[in-house]
Design a protein. Structure first.
Length: 283
């Protein structure tokens, strides 16, 4: 007796044929998408996975994952497809859409195991835009807050470790922007404006890699302003914490050229920093 394949098997074969037909190109237009109304949620999900792995443009993958939400809104596959939508949007560098999908997952499935990953994807979508924002640091601040949320809410997850690293890099990025603006003012002789920028680095970003240069630039700016006490105090902090840095050698040469030493002098915000950081006196 001849056994005919079931309708489910025929659908699976049709899906496989459609997948194979797409292997020869990286199409991403709506006309190239396979109609999915007669497919199961699992079959659509696997098609979306295929598109992510084999298509350089992940828009099609997002389409298939969103179709699962439309056709099977209350299924387990819909939940899995939502997190994959967020990933697909992020891979496509559609960061606002990635954040939207990730936030929907967090709001809908707050206790799910993948909530930590959704939170991390949301933070990553801010972080990966940092280099695109020029002097506007709004997204950097949002990246810092989102990374902090991952670290605090999911401290034992694998994503927390990555979030800590990226938090430090974003923090360093903010300090770097302050340095960039400070150097701009310094080069043009706007010494007070440059001091304000370098002060922010020393007081608020002192754990970053930019602190030694900020102190050296403060020596330079204060000497230009004739404020030798402040220049010597900045040199003293630099020498105590970063004596092996080439920035200290530069600051020391500038002070010595004026017959000055790297010694705390007078009373200023820098002497407060010296007292707190070097002497450990906070009152």
């Amino acid at each position: 007796m001849v056994r005919f394949p079931s309708s489910k098997t025929l659908m699976a074969v049709a899906l496989a044929a459609a997948v194979l037909a797409g292997c020869s190109r990286d199409g991403d237009s709506a006309s190239e998408r396979v109609p999915v109304e007669n497919f199961t949620a699992e079959q659509i999900y696997k098609r979306g996975e295929y598109e992510l792995e084999n298509n350089r443009k992940p828009d099609n993958a997002v389409y298939y994952f969103s179709e699962i939400e439309r056709l099977y809104p209350y299924s387990e596959w819909a939940k899995r497809a939502l997190i994959m939508q967020a990933y697909g949007y992020h891979k496509a560098r559609k960061y606002e859409e990635a954040r939207g999908a990730a936030q929907r997952f967090i709001d809908t499935y707050p206790g799910d195991d993948d909530a930590a990953y959704a939170k991390y994807l949301l933070a990553l979508s801010y972080y990966d835009q940092i280099d695109e924002v020029g002097r506007d640091q709004g997204l950097t601040f949002q990246a810092l807050q989102a990374m902090r949320d991952v670290i605090e809410e999911y401290p034992d997850s694998e994503y927390a470790r990555s979030a800590i690293l990226k938090f430090d890099l974003a923090f360093d990025h903010l300090a770097g922007k302050e340095m960039e603006i400070g150097r701009y003012y310094l080069k043009r002789g706007h010494y007070t404006a440059s001091v304000n920028r370098f002060r922010v680095v020393v007081e608020e970003f002192q754990t970053t890699s930019h602190t030694p240069e900020a102190l050296m630039r403060l020596v330079e700016a204060y000497l230009a302003l004739g404020l030798t006490d402040e220049a010597q105090t900045a040199g003293a902090i630099l020498g105590h914490n970063f004596q092996s840095s080439p920035f200290y050698q530069d600051a020391y040469a500038q002070l010595r050229g004026r017959g000055l030493t790297a010694t705390p002098k007078g009373k200023s915000w820098l002497t407060d920093v010296y007292r707190q950081v070097i002497q450990g006196k906070w009152l």
